[in-house]
Unconditional design. Structure first.
Length: 148
């Protein structure tokens, strides 16, 4: 029996794959649980059309992410933090502060999409952060931590 997977299933396949499974497994488990649909000729045609439309939309989203990455790559942020006389920061600089600084510059980026390679930033200096804009598009921004 051929089925079209509606979600990722470990050790079986990824979403939108057309695979062959045993009749009982497909009829008694996958289809009733909503994990797959039968791959009839009409379902295959609908599936192919949906994939084509989704690919077009994904390409449009990716182009927008590439444009935003081009703007972000040359950007340098300045983040102020309370420090001791030796230059150590009270607390640490995290992705929330970077997201707020980007928001002030006019970029609306969720803090969950920002990663800082270092574990914690505890000193004044210049660092880099990676912003994930799309599955395949990432931008690197430089930020400087200064004493307030």
């Amino acid at each position: 029996m051929e089925v079209i997977l509606l979600q990722d299933i470990p050790k079986l396949g990824h979403k939108d794959d057309i695979i062959k499974v045993k009749d009982g497994y497909g009829r008694n488990f996958l289809i009733p649980k909503g994990m797959a649909v039968m791959a009839t000729p009409s379902a295959k045609k609908v599936h192919a059309e949906n994939l084509k439309q989704r690919a077009f939309k994904e390409e449009k989203i990716k182009q927008g992410a590439l444009e935003l990455a081009g703007k972000l790559n040359g950007l340098k942020l300045v983040i102020g933090a309370k420090t001791s006389s030796t230059g150590k920061i009270f607390g640490s600089v995290n992705t929330i502060q970077i997201a707020e600084s980007l928001h002030e510059k006019g970029f609306d980026i969720d803090r969950k999409n920002i990663t800082i390679p270092e574990d914690q930033i505890k000193e004044v200096g210049t660092y880099k952060a990676v912003v994930r804009l799309h599955r395949e598009v990432k931008a690197e921004i430089e930020f400087e931590v200064i004493a307030e």
